[in-house]
Design a protein around this ligand. Structure first.
Ligand code: ATP
Ligand code: MG
Ligand code: MG
Length: 406
């Protein structure tokens, strides 16, 4: 491939799996995160380039930038001001005209504030749930908003949200005060409730730098549409392909996801979360400018994983060389099950242990140490000729995950 070093802001499980893909391609990866972050544990090749610190701290980001050719993310909650400065100083990878921050910090700045993200998508007629900024944390403000969009609504933090930490369902007027209390001191917006019949997701690879919705067909590739099951706002299961969804809908989801991603500057993979409504119409829930939980299954189930695609898409000499069909399913079906932390620090290890007895269960543990309830500790993917074969294989493990969480 090339001799470039990639720097990643963040070293959790997404960074760790990106490192696995990069190793196979002989690409060095430098990680900015705490000392024993998951992505650092398995990455000795570039150990001298890792930075101990935080992706939210300007001086740490500068050190990482000085040690790599291309900068990318595994999390969107990063300091974009310092990235803006770094781009002014040195926009391109040395010896090329390829932007070295991929995707662009402008993309991350838009996406990291969910309300700004939704306003951006609205400009391009990409459907989203109706959203209204909550200018004041005074209950009356939210009551007025509820008059406009109705109950139930989802009160959401505009920033720093993940795994539903930042969401509060407001079902009636009596939920308003507890909701504002739970999300106190965070910038908020209210979202109209989406009465979806299913949640879908599509991983999109953006291979062209420019942002242009008109060129979505040439600037993006789509992975298959998948079905995601969330519990308590945390992703639990991913089914590829979705169960009982028509080809018309899965293709419409891919097209909508590609059109949405084409509006953002820069390259890389993007995770697009969608709601499928009762009338088979689709709305975008949110977009992540990075590899995504709903794309873990691509490691075993597609010709090229989302992690390998991300590495290729951000490098100057590889982005346009992702072969036709590489993002297609290479198996009949796949199911991905998240292993979440339970009440005890080692509760999740029960699931890991049981998975060893399931033939063909691909177990990925993240090296996070102690579990906490709802913390993503690992995942399991099974593949097969059919969805029912996959369901039979993983059934007992799903039951065990449920028991651990109970
Ligand atoms: P992630 O870990 O995916 O980044 P997050 O904290 O950013 O999660 P969202 O994706 O906004 O949170 O919401 C999490 C889940 O909450 C969704 O997948 C969906 O199940 C539910 N949800 C979010 N918004 C709405 C809505 N407007 N109506 C109904 N359900 C919703
Ligand atoms: Mg999110
Ligand atoms: Mg989400």
């Amino acid at each position: 491939m090339s001799s470039y070093t990639v720097g990643i802001l963040g070293g959790g499980q997404l960074g760790r799996m990106t490192v696995e893909a990069a190793h196979r391609l002989n690409i060095k990866v430098a990680i900015l995160d705490s000392e024993s972050a998951p992505a650092k544990q398995i990455n000795l090749v570039a150990a001298d380039k890792h930075v101990t610190g935080s992706f939210a701290k300007a001086s740490d980001v500068k050190v990482l930038a000085s040690r790599c050719d291309v900068l990318t993310y595994e999390i969107e909650h990063v300091d974009t001001k310092v990235l803006e400065e770094l781009e002014e100083e040195q926009p391109f990878v040395e010896g090329t005209e390829w932007y070295r921050i991929q995707p662009s910090w402008k993309t991350v700045r838009t996406i990291q504030d969910k309300f700004v993200q939704k306003s951006h998508l609205a400009k391009f007629d990409i459907p989203t749930a109706k959203s209204i900024a909550v200018g004041t944390s005074h209950p009356q403000g939210l009551k007025d908003i509820a008059d406009q969009i109705g109950f139930p609504l989802m009160l959401k933090s505009r920033t720093e949200a993940y795994d539903g930490r930042g969401n509060y369902p407001v079902k009636t007027v009596s939920d308003i005060e507890p909701a504002l209390k739970a999300l106190a001191d965070r910038p908020l917006y209210a979202e109209k409730w989406a009465h979806f019949k299913m949640e879908l997701a599509v991983m999109v690879v953006k291979t062209a730098q420019e942002a242009s919705i008109d060129s979505w067909e040439s600037s993006t590739l789509a992975y298959p549409t998948v079905e995601t099951i969330h519990e308590d706002s945390i992703c639990k299961l991913v089914y590829a392909p979705p169960r009982d969804v028509s080809k018309k809908v899965t293709e419409a989801a891919q097209q909508l996801a590609r059109r949405a991603v084409s509006t953002f500057l820069g390259t890389g993979v993007f995770g697009v979360e969608l709601f499928l409504l009762a009338d088979d119409s689709l709305v975008v829930n949110e977009i992540a400018p990075r590899p995504h939980n709903s794309g873990h299954y691509t490691i075993e189930a597609c010709g090229m994983s989302q992690y390998e695609a991300h590495i290729k898409a951000i490098l100057p000499d590889q982005a346009s060389r992702i072969p036709e069909g590489a993002t297609d399913l290479s198996v009949g079906a796949a199911i991905m099950l998240n292993i979440l932390g339970g009440p005890q620090p080692d509760s999740h290890l029960l699931v890991e242990d049981a998975a060893r007895d399931v033939p063909g269960a691909h177990v990925h543990m993240y090296g996070k140490g102690d579990g906490r309830p709802g913390r993503k500790m690992g995942h399991i993917t099974v593949t097969g000729f059919s969805m029912s074969e996959c369901e039979n294989k993983i059934h007992s493990l799903v039951q065990m995950v449920d028991a651990v969480r109970a």
